[in-house]
Design a protein around this ligand. Sequence first.
Ligand SMILES: CC(C)(COP(=O)(O)OP(=O)(O)OC[C@H]1O[C@@H](n2cnc3c(N)ncnc32)[C@H](O)[C@@H]1OP(=O)(O)O)[C@@H](O)C(=O)NCCC(=O)NCCS
Length: 467
Amino acid sequence: MIPHSMAQPGLSRQIAELLSAGASALMPVAARLAPGAVLRWALDRMLARAPRALTASERELFGAARASSLRVGNLRVPVWEWGEAGAPRLVFMHGWGGRAADFAHLIRFFAASGYRVSAFDAPGHGAAPGEPCFAGMLEASNVVLRSLGRIQAVVAYDFGAWAYARTAAAGQAQQAVLVAPPADLEPATRAFARRHKLPETLQRRLRQKLAALCGMHDLAEHYAGRRAGLPDATLVVHDLGEPGLPPAHAARIARAWPGGRLFSTAGLSAGALLADRGVAEAIRDFLRGGFEVPQAYPQELESTWSAPDGTRLSVRPMRPGDVDLETRFVRELSPRTRYQRLLGLRKLSAGMIARLCHVDYRRELALVALTETAAGPRLVGVARYVATAGMDATEIALTIADDWQGRGLGSALLGRLVTAARARGVGRLDGITLADNAGMLGLAAKLGFDAAHDAEDSSVLRLSLAL
Ligand SMILES: CC(C)(COP(=O)(O)OP(=O)(O)OC[C@H]1O[C@@H](n2cnc3c(N)ncnc32)[C@H](O)[C@@H]1OP(=O)(O)O)[C@@H](O)C(=O)NCCC(=O)NCCS
């Protein structure tokens, strides 16, 4: 195992101390006089992570787990298990400087969703003894994959995905979920170099050293052409604004890994991805075999629509890449429109908004209307159906941006959705609306929907259209 902290004699130690004290103005001189010492300092600094204590609710969660331990090298690392013993097993692998508790939300969610959930702390992380080092993470991943028997899926976060990539052949997980997995070491070393004024040559050497410690330099390339031990399907979860994982890198990983799919959010930090309910639901849908492959995008449903004032809008099926547009659309809705659309039931988290953009075109369809503005496209309306029971019954939802209401767009979008649903073999469209929503009731009547009072709740009406 390679400890992250290295002994530094004499001058090296003094340089390291000065640089650590924030004397980055010294960097150009130090890099020229003692490049080796600067490199050791940089490596040390990049790998160092302050350990995080458990919160009260995490302590409660881990207190309720079935706790055991596994031998990793000459250490014993803690392993926890939740959920029913006979249920399909999920294994969580934390990231560099992380711990099993980073998955607390997902652990609760999946244990309550019928899974048997296992998580561990790698050596030097969380409650595990030892020095934190990538070799320890690898060894722990290896031992866990070998020891836990049949695994339905591995959920790996950050560099946990690298440890899993190196050791996948040790077990046979059917599916993998990689959350914010760095594609390569470039973004991290570049950010570090910029912060500490590290010259380009040392930045390159730092990257090489780190790659040597990890035994790989690129998560996508690592698997090019290999099959042994790989999952059948992989979900890459990432946020479009994450500096450590540019969208193109996430897409590259999804392309390289078998059965790769992407789930993109907008506005969540890497850590927040692990705590968002919408992300948890997206992972669950993936584990259950959901998520249509992108090729199924129904391009034939693309069209245009002209508003009464002559403005031309494009209308097309929603795509995962619309998450930024959809996030802005939802954020700008007035409280009244939100209330009418969501019936006051729940607040949409960033992950839930992202979930709405990842349309499984077999079971659901969402048509969006877009205008061109000086700042780029703007989403101004969405009409959607989702199958509830087989394809016989579907639930519809329709939302128009406040400044576009009453201009005929709702009629146009819902009309096109009805036509598309009919062509796709949907038997019936159902909807629910507040009884005083005159706009929706007028529109639904115009398109031939029946409206009936809900037997249990007089404040809502049930809309229904047989196709
Ligand atoms: C309800 C909603 C989808 C309607 O979309 P829209 O684009 O504003 O509606 P349109 O301009 O296409 O109007 C369609 C028809 O609805 C009726 N209508 C619209 N606004 C109306 C109002 N305030 N009162 C009565 N009827 C109205 C009219 O019959 C109109 O047809 P017409 O223009 O030929 O007379 C939209 O206003 C909206 O998003 N509201 C907030 C969210 C919501 O309520 N969603 C539905 C919940 S299921």
